[in-house]
Ligand binder design. Structure first.
Ligand code: NAI
Length: 275
């Protein structure tokens, strides 16, 4: 690793949504940087594919098939991941050092999420519940489990949540999705203030339009239209790809961002430029 601050050798990472798109790209990159990566997703086939890709590239990966909206499943998998980890890695060097040394978790990237589109007047309670269960509560449970494991180990850590450019721009049909991502931003800022004294950093990534299976699920005409609009709006003149976001995740996961917490990083091609 050319730049030491990005070296994750000896660190343990847990990545939700690791079967596809941004989550898969992030899991692969964290592994490439040296982390042991625990991949979690509900799509068993693609989840094991991600773990196999990491191993084929010489990395270390474990697969956890789970539903992030199920708190017990997340708690169990994160506890397993922390317990399985050795304590010989470098850590952030900024923790309290009072942990028991029985396990460790250094990085949580809570990326799993779903899209939902419906006009406000046609939004049903069950749509709102489903989106909040996965996009907000799923991230909350992952953050809680990770923060507990990190506090217990006493070595600090980095928690990364996945928000969206939707929190800056809004748009027709985005009520459920945008509300869930706004809640993720609030969770990120609140948790950052609460766990900072344990040397745990908490930051959100708010991507612009990224070409992934999620965005490709739109019908092709609608997708081409949206990509055309996003491309025109971006000063860089393009939409993003999963690696654009994985590099933002790596930055926040690593010591390169050691003084960054409670922030929203916006790899969005310049489509929105809030203060
Ligand atoms: P994707 O659909 O390619 O990947 C999402 C992954 O999450 C899938 O593997 C899916 O199986 C998993 N997942 C969904 N619900 C789950 C559940 N209940 N339990 C376990 N796993 C579950 O989507 P993409 O684009 O990679 O999105 C990843 C994250 O990035 C999401 O949180 C999304 O909201 C966010 N995002 C994506 C943008 C884009 O333009 N693609 C823009 C802004 C944010």
């Amino acid at each position: 690793m050319a730049v030491k601050a990005y070296d994750l050798t000896g660190r343990t990472a847990f990545v939700t949504g690791a079967a596809s798109g941004i989550g898969r790209a992030s899991a692969l990159l964290l592994a490439e940087a040296g982390a042991t990566v625990h991949c979690a997703d509900r799509d068993a086939r693609k989840l094991h594919e991600t773990a196999a890709l990491i191993k084929a590239a010489g990395g270390e990966a474990h697969a956890h098939e789970l539903d992030v909206a199920d708190k017990e499943q997340i708690d169990r998998a994160v506890a397993q991941a922390a317990a399985a980890a050795t304590t010989t890695g470098t850590g952030t060097g900024r923790g309290t050092g009072t942990g028991t040394g029985t396990g460790r978790l250094d990085i949580m990237a809570a990326i799993a999420g779903i899209m939902h589109n419906s006009p406000v007047l046609e939004t049903r309670e069950k749509d709102l519940d489903r989106v909040l269960d996965i996009n907000f509560k799923g991230v909350l449970y992952a953050c809680q489990a990770a923060a507990r494991a990190m506090i217990e180990a006493g070595r600090g850590g980095s928690i990364i949540t996945m928000a969206s450019g939707a929190v800056d721009t809004g748009g027709p049909g985005l009520l459920c999705y945008g509300a869930s991502k706004a809640a993720v931003v609030q969770l990120t800022k609140t948790l950052a203030t609460e766990v900072g004294p344990h040397a745990i950093r908490v930051n959100a990534v708010a991507p612009g339009w990224i070409r992934t299976p999620m965005t490709e699920r739109h019908d092709s005409q609608a997708q081409a239209h949206t990509e055309g609009v996003m491309t025109r709006m971006s000063p860089l003149g393009r939409v993003g790809d999963p690696d654009d976001i994985a590099h933002a995740v790596l930055h926040l996961a690593s010591d390169a961002s050691s003084f960054t917490t409670g922030q929203i990083l916006r790899p969005n091609g310049g489509v929105a430029m809030p203060w």
